[in-house]
Design a protein around this ligand. Structure first.
Ligand code: G3P
Ligand code: MG
Length: 246
């Protein structure tokens, strides 16, 4: 239950790790989140051409690594050569684009839990294969790592829920549709992750009444959320967890 003034420690998720201070979706960013006192990180997953599941936001390596190319044209051997840190700051040179399996192992070492966001990209061949790959990796988590799943794709959440009915499922929307309650029920999902600019007190009163959790992304200024905690906002997804952890 959130307080009236801010989120509890378990309700601050470091977006792509502590991506304000370290290169997003790298082991360094997850380590930095833990060092800032975060207990949860958000991360994005997608498949390569050889079906390796990797932790990256975009559908190409262009923006966040030293290489070029669509994920659908690259193998694990290709991405293993790339530098995923120097683009952010030369002090992170040598950082790699990690697989989900590598990240799950690191989370155990850092004592972190994760919101695994399943990205649906055009090059993905089959949803079933995607969710089964996620399932295989998350089931290697350590005893101190909790996992929840989020996606903009309701079909990915449905397929994941069918495999892992005990995991929390969060539907991602910029602005939730009017019929959010029915859409959640169809998955079924218990949680909405929405853009913080679309928050409203009226909607939070409805979600609280229905027992639906709401987390806001990607907010890097605690002042923006002050009026929503008392109304039922559950948590925040932020590039800079320190700002919300006091
Ligand atoms: O989970 C919230 C946020 O990560 C959704 O958007 O584009 O940053 O993955 P994006
Ligand atoms: Mg994301």
């Amino acid at each position: 239950i959130p307080s009236d003034t801010g989120p509890t420690r378990d309700e601050v998720q470091a977006h792509r790790g502590a991506s304000a201070i370290a290169p997003e979706n790298t082991i360094a960013a997850f380590r930095a989140a833990a060092e800032q006192g975060a207990r949860w990180v958000e991360l994005d997953v997608a498949l390569l051409a050889d079906d390796t599941l990797v932790v990256i936001h975009d559908d190409s390596v262009d923006r966040t690594t030293s290489g070029m190319g669509s994920l659908g044209a690259l193998s694990h051997a290709d991405i293993a050569k790339l530098d995923a840190g120097a683009w952010f700051d030369t002090k992170y040179a040598g950082e790699r684009l990690p697989t989900l399996a590598e990240v799950i192992k690191a989370l155990g070492e850092f004592g972190l839990s994760a919101n695994v966001e399943i990205k649906q990209h055009k090059h993905h061949k089959s949803l079933d294969q995607l969710v089964r790959a996620v399932q295989a990796d998350i089931n290697k988590r350590g005893p101190n790592t909790q996992i929840m799943i989020s996606s903009f794709d309701p079909e990915a959440l449905k397929a994941m829920h069918a495999l892992e009915p005990d995991l929390e499922m969060a539907m991602l929307w910029g602005r939730p549709p009017e019929d959010w309650a029915e859409k959640l029920k169809a998955i079924p999902a218990t949680t909405i992750h929405m853009h913080y600019k679309a928050l409203s007190i009226g909607m939070l009163e409805e979600t609280s009444k229905s027992g639906i959790k709401v987390r806001a992304w990607t907010c890097n200024n605690p002042i923006e959320l002050v009026s929503f905690w008392g109304a039922g906002l559950t948590g925040v997804i932020t590039d800079n967890p320190k700002l919300f952890l006091g």
